[in-house]
Structure formats: structure tokens, C-alpha cells
Design a protein. Structure first.
Length: 152
């Protein structure tokens, strides 16, 4: 999904990133999301409202049970790109996501990326006679983020 600078700022909070991922998989109420994340429902509700305000989340459905209105929210996307963000002309593509990982998952992700580098090196070698190829540098970075990081 293409986003602007304000939306980019809104999704930069680690809790909001987690909410986006969670609500992309399945629509939920703020209370359901708070329970799954082990967070205060008021805090989660605030962050959901900020994401709705910035058009990242939307109301998926509304249920009324015994006079209680439950709004289920869903994420419009899981991957975001800001077309206004400028990169040097030699940068062909760039992706980034914020995600919570255990040390075990960080190790697995690192191994998976190593496997992908090997796979594409091998594919490159196999196609070199049939396709024009240009040299590229592919980089991979995992940066630890401060969970209490404030909105920028």
C-alpha cells in the first residue's frame, strides 16, 4: 500500500506495527487485540484509532449484542511504501517492516536470508547464458528497535 509521510510516522511505532500485522490476519475488536498482545485495552484502542485516522486500518464489521456495539478492525495492507521517499538512483528496491521476534526467530530469519542469497546466486548462474544480467548488491539488516520508542 502506498503511504505518505504522516502515515509513515503513524506506523513507525512498534505496537502499531504489531497491531497492523495482527489485524491483517484477522479482524478483531480492540479488546480482543489487547488480550492477545497482553496490553491495556485503552492503550490498544488509542493506537487503533490513530491507525484508523491515518487510513491504515478500517472497520471491517460492527456487531451489536445486548446493546453493546463491537467494532472489528482490519488492516488495509501488511506492506507499505512511501513513493515520496527518495533514494539514490542506484537503489532498485527497498522493503522494511517492524516485527516482534524472539532470538530463535531472529536466528531463523538470518538463516532463511542466507539461503535466499544462495538460491538467487545459483539461479543467476543457471540463467546467465539466456538472460542479460546486471550487477546488484543485496543487503540484509536486522536492527533492534526500542519497544518504548515514541512516535517520531
Amino acid at each position: 500500500m502506498e503511504i505518505n509521510w504522516e502515515q509513515q510516522k503513524a506506523i513507525s511505532n512498534p505496537l502499531r506495527s504489531r497491531l497492523i500485522a495482527l489485524l491483517y490476519e484477522q479482524p478483531m475488536t480492540p479488546k480482543q487485540a489487547a488480550d492477545l498482545l497482553g496490553k491495556n485495552p485503552g492503550t490498544v484502542y488509542y493506537h487503533i484509532q490513530q491507525l484508523v485516522k491515518h487510513d491504515i486500518l478500517e472497520v471491517d464489521s460492527v456487531n451489536t449484542d445486548k446493546g453493546i456495539i463491537e467494532k472489528y478492525y482490519r488492516s488495509k495492507a501488511i506492506s507499505f511504501i512511501n513513493p515520496e521517499q527518495e533514494f539514490p538512483p542506484e537503489h532498485v528496491d527497498r522493503r522494511m517492516t517492524n516485527v516482534y521476534l524472539s532470538q530463535k526467530l531472529v536466528s531463523q530469519l538470518s538463516k532463511d536470508m542466507e539461503d535466499l542469497f544462495y538460491k538467487y546466486g545459483h539461479l543467476s548462474y543457471k540463467e546467465k547464458e539466456n538472460e542479460e544480467q546486471l550487477p546488484y548488491s543485496v543487503e540484509f539488516l536486522i536492527r533492534k528497535q526500542n519497544e518504548n520508542e515514541k512516535e517520531k
